[in-house]
Design a protein around this ligand. Structure first.
Ligand code: NAD
Ligand code: TYD
Length: 354
């Protein structure tokens, strides 16, 4: 299928985070003439070191700012003649949403509404404009041992994080239905890969194994997640942006279900090999801890629509993806250490102020 949309300038929000930065790398490599403006407030999860490879590219501009700042968003859309908004920015960690839900509503719901409203005004001057909402399979809630989430599955979020993402998705739907803003909505399963913040399962385990620290597994460890390499997610988003039909939702997933405990075992074994430790040594660090409240049991995505209509499919096998990811973390220990020590934040504080 050929592309129907070829933007000359895009606004990426949250491009200093895990998925946004991977998307920018991939997108700029494949679209060297397209201008990319990255709007990111640099929360604890945003890190400009993720973007060193593009920071001097003349087609790239970083703006430190808030997606809830309506005048700033309107100014950027107009002055950069933006053809598409790709909205990645979010508070993204389920555990943080349990201890402090308010910021999730502000950033994920109000931030999305601010972008939609600015996009609505801007789209009136640029008829080919598109708005793409990056969302998650967690909006569908939890599955039992059978079945898959399709785009028709009713939204039934269980955590403050997934509820805020579902609220945002419903606003996206409303802006299409009410205002005919050309929106696209992707919903993806759990991502893994480089630049993943070390509070999430896979990078946390890699880091703790390095440090010989306890590996906290929630509950019985039998919760299931469907893992997709972040580069495959990025490619899918680009495909939806260029070929997707406005008003539609597209599920993205790797058909790659793993129980948490099995992933932790796998990471332990691959790390032992690489660190020259005895087989089984890191598994001894596994510690079962109190379960996450409202912990969704199983996620599994049916991505048949995205494959059928847009010709997208994952390119990474899990075997290759997880091995490359572990090797990336081992080769980039300074990146992890700076995050864990907080020194990267002190730098931004000095550089940009509060
Ligand atoms: P992340 O936490 O790594 O990055 C989020 C980025 O958003 C950070 O750079 C942060 O500074 C920025 N941000 C937060 N609040 C902001 C604000 N008010 N204004 C501007 N920037 C702000 O998140 P991620 O894992 O890269 O996820 C990106 C998107 O993908 C999110 O919308 C998330 O819901 C979605 N998603 C994530 C996964 C996953 O497995 N990580 C899976 C499916 C969907
Ligand atoms: P996470 O990476 O936080 O992603 P999400 O909650 O969005 O799926 O967690 C993935 C799974 O791993 C989830 O079932 C919770 C579990 N988990 C642990 O068992 N221990 C941990 O320390 C973390 C962070 C997660």
């Amino acid at each position: 299928m050929s592309d129907t949309f070829a933007p000359a300038a895009v606004l990426v929000t949250g491009g200093a985070g895990f998925i946004g930065s991977n998307f920018i790398h991939n997108f700029m490599a494949g679209n060297p003439d397209c201008r990319v403006v990255n709007l990111d407030i640099l929360t604890y999860a945003g890190n400009l070191k993720n973007l060193r490879a593009v920071q001097d590219n003349p087609h790239y501009r970083f703006v430190k700012g808030d997606i809830c700042d309506a005048p700033l968003v309107a100014q950027l859309l107009a002055e950069e003649k933006i053809d598409a908004v790709l909205h990645f920015a979010a508070e993204s960690h389920v555990d943080r949403s349990i201890t402090g839900p308010e910021i999730f509503v502000r950033t994920n719901v109000l931030g999305t509404q601010t972008l939609l409203e600015a996009s609505r005004a801007h789209a009136a001057t640029r008829p080919a404009f598109r708005y793409l909402q990056v969302s998650t399979d967690e909006v569908y809630g939890s599955l039992g041992s059978e079945g898959f989430f399709t785009e028709e599955t009713p939204l039934a979020p269980n955590s403050p994080y997934s509820a805020s993402k579902a609220g945002a998705d419903l606003l996206v739907r409303a802006y299409f239905e009410t205002f005919r803003l050309p929106t696209l909505n992707t919903r993806c399963s759990n991502n893994y890969g480089p630049y993943h913040f070390p509070e999430k399962l896979i990078p946390l385990m890699i880091h703790n194994i390095m440090e010989k620290k306890a590996l906290p597994v929630y509950g019985d460890g039998l919760n299931v997640r469907d893992w997709l390499h972040v580069k495959d997610h990025s490619a899918a988003i680009e495909r939806v942006l260029k070929q997707g039909k406005p008003g539609e939702v597209y599920n993205i997933g790797g058909n790659n279900e793993w129980r948490n405990i099995d992933i932790v075992h796998l990471v332990c074994d691959l790390m032992d090999e690489r660190l020259g430790r005895a087989a089984g040594e890191s598994r001894k660090l596994i510690t079962f801890v109190k379960d996450r409240p409202g912990h969704d049991r199983r996620y599994a995505i049916d991505a048949a629509k995205t494959k059928r209509e847009l010709g997208w499919g994952p390119s990474y096998t899990f075997e290759r993806g997880i091995a490359e990811t572990i090797d990336w973390y081992l080769a980039n220990q300074e990146w992890v250490t700076e995050i864990v020590s907080g020194s990267y934040r002190e730098y931004y504080q000095q550089q940009y102020g509060a």
